[in-house]
Design a protein around this ligand. Structure first.
Ligand SMILES: C[S@@+](CC[C@H](N)C(=O)[O-])C[C@H]1O[C@@H](n2cnc3c(N)ncnc32)[C@H](O)[C@@H]1O
Length: 428
């Protein structure tokens, strides 16, 4: 494996600089935390090794790390993403902002900071999140309702200023919340261990000003080329994209039962992308690997298609997972089978959007089910080979967590095998 990514990496280590953690204080890349996001160095290390790359695609764009990173390097970049909140969010993150927009947002922020501190300020309705008191205490919730109303009253609908203020609002929503991010995904802080979080009345207007300053600092660093983000389904990419790309770098969902809706729901409810729990389940069912709400009951009824390619290593894992001694083994085998059928649909369709000499990088993580190690990287490799990619290789890039067997890998491949003429030319 010869990509720049694996040079000087010790894959036995967690290499936190390859995860979202590296992005947190990195301008726009740090605007929104998504636990499964990957890092700027991971993408830039790959791109720096390919000086002829012009157009970059990320078909599972998430918070837009790939496209923004590529565009800071002067490349043209496109993201495809199924979640409407992430599409809105990355469209703001990708945008060019003039200095007058930034100054105007700063002035509006000063007005909003004063207005939202007054108990008599207008107030928006709290979002219909289940058990909302687990997220925010009453004092902070009332502040957030006033802050949202002040942002909507002060800024023009559809304006850049409003979008920057709403990104700031998302950050305040999390800064004031009782959410803890010390697990694979989000959970709640323990009230007994951190009682001050539940009782202290903070200077919330200060929190807003601090977050606004962080957002505007990132907004003033414009990408060299504005990337594009398109809402759509990576299982049918050519329905949504017509361009051709030289390089694909992506991190698809992993088959680890992580729900994106679970982590994103506070933002999605506050900004009106979600209004009830049933829709949350519907969104998760549309996304690959979703398990939230209705997605689980649909999985139980799901039937595989006979058109999908199922490599032998996947068949073997499915038999082991569905063993009757595993409680819910059949459901989880269905989960894994559907995940890979979805990935097969994606991988078998993506080639039509790639130029002849293009290269793909799938950053994937393996999983375990009832002690069965699911070799996700080898299944991706087998599928890429089956759809005709060449030089398909797997490189281990980092240890994922305390479980000794869980790693992340870079699965790479090239669209075309070099022809004899170019091999001769290269003296091989
Ligand atoms: C691991 S995350 C990508 C994180 C990204 N690399 C970043 O740095 O933010 C995978 C993304 O795939 C999206 N996704 C899931 N199913 C999809 C589908 N069928 N089509 C397009 N995007 C999908 C999820 O919503 C999620 O944002």
């Amino acid at each position: 494996m010869t990509t720049a990514l694996t040079t000087a990496l010790d894959a036995r280590k967690q290499n936190a600089h390859l995860t979202f953690k590296h992005n947190q204080h990195n301008g726009r890349h740090g605007w929104l935390r998504l636990t499964p996001a990957y890092s700027v160095p991971l993408v830039s290390n790959i791109l720096n090794g390919h000086k002829y790359t012009v157009k970059v695609l990320d078909p599972f764009s998430g918070t837009g790390t790939t496209a923004l990173c590529a565009s800071y390097l002067g490349l043209r970049a496109t993201g495809l993403e199924i979640n409407p909140f992430l599409v809105w969010f990355s469209s703001v993150k990708f945008r060019n902002f003039s200095s007058s927009t930034i100054e105007k947002t700063m002035s509006l922020g000063a007005l909003i900071s004063v207005a939202s501190s007054s108990a008599d300020a207008p107030s928006a309705d709290p979002p219909p999140i289940h058990n909302i008191e687990r997220w925010w205490n009453d004092y902070d919730l009332r502040f957030l309702c006033r802050l949202k109303a002040c942002i909507l009253d002060t800024s023009d609908e559809g304006s850049d200023e409003r979008d920057l203020l709403l990104v700031t609002f998302c950050r305040v929503v999390i800064a004031l919340s009782n959410a803890a991010f010390n697990h694979q995904s989000m959970s709640f802080k323990d009230a007994d261990k951190s009682p001050q979080l539940f009782t202290v009345e903070r200077d919330n207007a200060y929190v807003f000003r601090k977050e606004l300053s962080f957002v505007l600092n990132g907004a003033s660093d414009n990408p060299r080329r504005e990337p594009i983000v398109v809402i759509g389904d990576a299982r049918q990419p050519s329905r949504f994209l017509s361009d051709k790309f030289d390089m694909l770098i992506t991190s698809p969902p992993y088959p680890n039962r992580m729900s994106y809706i679970r982590e994103l729901r506070p933002y999605m409810y506050w900004l009106g992308f979600l209004t009830n729990g049933r829709d949350a389940g519907e969104y998760d069912w549309q996304a690959i690997g979703g398990t939230w709400g209705v997605a689980t009951s649909r999985l139980a009824e799901w039937q595989p298609s006979d058109k999908a390619f199922v490599p032998t290593i996947l068949k073997k894992s499915l038999i082991e997972i569905s063993d009757p001694k595993n409680s819910n083994g059949r459901l989880l085998a269905n989960y894994v089978a559907k995940y890979f059928e979805d990935m097969w649909n994606h991988l078998s369709a993506i080639g039509s959007l790639l130029n002849e000499d293009s290269e793909v990088h799938y950053i994937v993580g393996n999983s375990t089910f009832y002690g069965t190690l699911l070799p996700v990287e080898d299944i991706f490799k087998a599928m890429l080979q089956e759809v005709g990619f060449h030089d398909v290789e797997v490189a281990k890039i980092r240890k994922r967590n305390s479980k000794a067997e869980l790693f992340e890998f870079d699965v790479t491949g090239k669209k075309n095998q070099p022809d004899e003429q170019s091999l001769l030319y290269a003296g091989k």
